[in-house]
Design a protein around this ligand. Structure first.
Ligand code: FMN
Length: 568
């Protein structure tokens, strides 16, 4: 059990804020799973070797999570004392040698692969200063400042605010960026009712897909009398094309733990589980380390920071079934059974894990909580829309230039995400549609590209906000094939418990395969629409209930393609 107190945590923060480490050279290597897949481990190793060979002992290497712009990885950021940091792109071993020789030793920026001046964490300051913050020498003004690059300047970092600056395995880095201040406030100054009111007033809606008001969910669980309650974090992230939660888990795990402890106090729970898919081994490792360190710092476990509140968290690894992201299936899975969904009611707030009152929240939802509590509900409502305040993280993939993870105020135009932040279509391809919400979602075609991305508006257009997967599709792809892809996914992932889900998805997939292979029948479109209605109204859980959405949305906007495929 840790023995640290609130003042110990604040001392750690003050020490970091007041710059005990400011004077040393820092080289950030951005090592999310995406960076590692692109070669960041080799970059790190060669950096260590070159620093050693050149006898550079003062430079600190900091391994951070993904820096957001995955398409430019491996990335490193070099921050020499008193100088503007420089982000370098597409790094490899020979480029590392040049950066060490030319930049770190001789003080000259290696322009050939310098991507930007500055760091994302300083962007607001840079916008206000119109360039480098006071005290930072500009090395080469011909390299664009990070605040000038649309990918960065149009984002609003809240959930992702620590992504490229802290080492996720170093709790003091998190504390130094006001980490655990929400928890300190919640445990030392607020009652459970105060926390519930703050979260309710903030208007935050669950980021896992359905957009249910988080405060309301917590209130129901708080009102259910029971000496045992649970707080669960859904880190199952199974939508094709979605990796926002992985990015948060890998870059800022303590923000999730902090949110869970605060939720525990709000509903009267002392135990939490993070249900994380086993296909995220780095996230699992980082989470487990974060839990261990948080316990050492007395930020988890018994008598947290001497406040008398107990809360413990365990990581539960899911074995990779998409349906286990559904809340009732997820709870069955933690109980050790096959992850099948069950009808609701009873809702988890009344009878959830082990039949006890339970709340389940998405990674991004929980990661927002500590800042809401620390800064207040009005701060949270400062951006976003009236009905959906705050930001949303999207992972943008597909035929787009800037593949990456982006955080924008809810209500941002889709065209801005695709064309400005995403940098537009890759050369030679034209925009056909953006697919949002994965297998439960739908397409937004070119004529509606200016739509505002919020829960209600997207639904009007036949798509959903979903958990944040955003796939940009070019006109080289067939609408029938897109629908077929998602239907195949749902068909394979359906648990098989209910007949509409098991048989209905199979029949729809058969029809789609038939149309795609040029053997479609004249009544196939009608049959698809009929089956969609039946599945929507009779399937057991949302996996199959919503499985027809990609078909319906492609029929809505690209019906001609279906008709042409049938009559061809
Ligand atoms: C088939 C299926 C898969 C789901 N997968 C996830 C997931 O991976 N992550 C997630 O947060 N929510 C997922 N959900 C939604 C959850 O059931 C639940 O609504 C959500 O975790 C609640 O958290 P929130 O209120 O913070 O959004 C899924 C739902 C269904 C039907």
């Amino acid at each position: 059990m840790g023995t640290k107190s609130i003042s110990d945590i604040n001392d750690i923060r003050d020490k970091i804020v007041n710059g005990a480490e400011k004077e040393s050279a820092k080289i950030y290597v951005h090592m999310g799973t995406c960076g590692i897949a692109s070669g960041a481990t080799e970059v790190l190793e060669s950096l260590k070797k070159d620093l050693k060979e050149n006898n550079i002992k003062a430079a600190k290497i900091i391994k951070t999570g993904c820096a957001g712009i995955c398409s430019k990885e491996p990335l490193i950021t070099v921050a020499m004392p008193g100088q503007e940091p420089i982000i370098y792109e597409y790094m490899d071993e020979s480029k590392v040698q040049r950066v060490v020789r030319e930049h770190i030793i001789s003080g000259t920026v290696v322009k050939d692969f310098a991507f930007a001046r500055g760091m994302e964490a300083e962007i607001q300051e840079r916008i206000e200063n119109k360039g480098a913050p006071a005290g930072q020498k500009v090395l080469d003004s011909s390299i664009p400042g990070i605040e000038e690059i649309p990918f960065f300047k149009l984002q609003k970092q809240r959930v992702m605010r620590n992504r490229a600056v802290i080492d996720p395995n170093n709790i003091e880095h998190y504390i130094g960026r006001d980490g655990y201040q929400g928890l300190i406030k919640a445990l030392s100054e607020m009652s459970a009712e105060d926390i519930l009111k703050t979260v309710l007033d903030s208007g935050i809606r669950g980021r896992g897909g359905a957009g249910f008001p988080t405060g309301l969910k917590w209130k129901f669980a708080a009102q259910t009398e029971n000496s045992t309650k649970y707080v669960l974090c859904n880190a199952d992230e199974g939508d094709p094309g979605a990796y926002m939660d992985r990015s948060v888990l890998e870059s800022d795990p303590h923000s999730i733990l902090e949110g869970m402890v605060i939720a525990g106090k709000a509903i009267g729970s002392h135990k939490g589980y993070v249900y994380c898919r086993a296909e995220y081994p780095l996230a699992v490792e980082i989470l487990n380390k974060a839990i261990k360190t948080a316990k050492k710092y007395n930020l988890l476990g018994e008598n947290i920071l001497g406040t008398g509140f107990d809360f413990d968290i365990e990581v539960y690894e899911g074995a990779g079934a998409f349906v286990c992201g559904e809340e009732t299936a997820l709870m069955r899975s933690i109980e050790g059974f096959r992850g099948n969904p069950r009808p609701r009611p009873p809702f988890p707030a009344v009878a959830g894990l082990k039949e006890k009152p339970t709340i389940l929240n998405n990674v991004e939802t929980l990661s927002n909580i500590s800042q809401i509590v620390a800064k207040g509900s009005d701060w949270f409502k400062g951006i976003g829309t009236e009905k959906s305040p705050g930001t949303k993280v999207f992972s943008i993939t597909g035929d787009i230039n800037n593949v990456g993870c982006v955080e924008v105020p809810i209500g941002t135009k889709l065209s801005s995400i695709v064309n400005e932040i995403g940098g537009g279509m890759v050369e030679g391809k034209n925009f056909k549609a953006a697919q949002l919400g994965g297998p439960s979602g739908g397409c937004i075609p070119l004529e509606h590209l200016d739509v505002e991305v919020d829960y209600e508006t997207l639904q009007e257009y036949g798509a959903i906000m979903g958990s944040g997967g955003l796939i940009v599709i070019s006109d080289t792809q067939s609408a029938v094939d897109i629908a077929r892809f998602f239907m195949q996914f749902c068909q394979e992932e359906a648990c098989g418990k209910c007949i509409p889900g098991r048989e209905g998805t199979k029949q729809m997939l058969n029809i789609l395969n038939r149309i795609y292979s040029g053997k479609g029948r004249t009544d196939d479109i009608e049959k698809l629409e009929e089956l969609a209605l039946v599945i929507q109204s009779t399937a057991l859980c949302a996996l199959c209930k919503t499985s027809a959405n990609p078909v319906l949305s492609t029929l809505r906007y690209f019906r001609k393609e279906y008709e042409e495929a049938i009559t061809a």
